[in-house]
Ligand binder design. Sequence first.
Ligand SMILES: [Zn+2]
Length: 214
Amino acid sequence: MLGIIMIGGPGSGKGSNSIRIAERYDISRLSVGDSLRALAEEASTSSDIRKRINNGSLASNEDVNKIVKTFLLKNKENFIIDGYPRSLEQAKNLTKILKEIDKKLSHTIMLKVSKETAIQRLTMRYNCEICGRSFPHEIRCINCGSNQVKQRKDDMSNEAIEFRWNQYQNEIDKLVQYYSVYGPNPITIDADLDLESVWSSIDVIFDEELLSIL
Ligand SMILES: [Zn+2]
């Protein structure tokens, strides 16, 4: 059973890498960020969630926990969650949800990225609205070929990126500590490396595991 959480600051590549894991091992994926942005798009302009998402702040724990619980209830088997938990409070809540539905995590993957790399990547990043993949600016999606690509609102200024990065950094040490104690022990990946090297270091974790079962 695979129950993976992928944590890492903005620009660490958790979206792209979790999509690849989900595709390669055929498991369900939840991107909490994408789900929140979808909710914000649907919500009215004046709504709280829309304001917070568009200026790069964290969404409320209540919104986030609801999304995660709904996803886990629907996907009883293998799963990967990216962009969650982002705080100690969310981590504790995830533990609670998992206990309620009798599930366990198998891996905590931590993508460690510097602020410089994050800013450099995110100011150039575009997302495909069809398959969710992100990549440096292209007219068409490098994955599915769709021409519905655009930049995220909270990626448009260095200040917004830096704000998100700092906010995350405040919580990340606490998360690493929490999972070091309660498990699964975090596997830290150097996410400043180029994207293919990052992917190889992630992929090898599961390859080794699958080989050990055979
Ligand atoms: Zn695409």
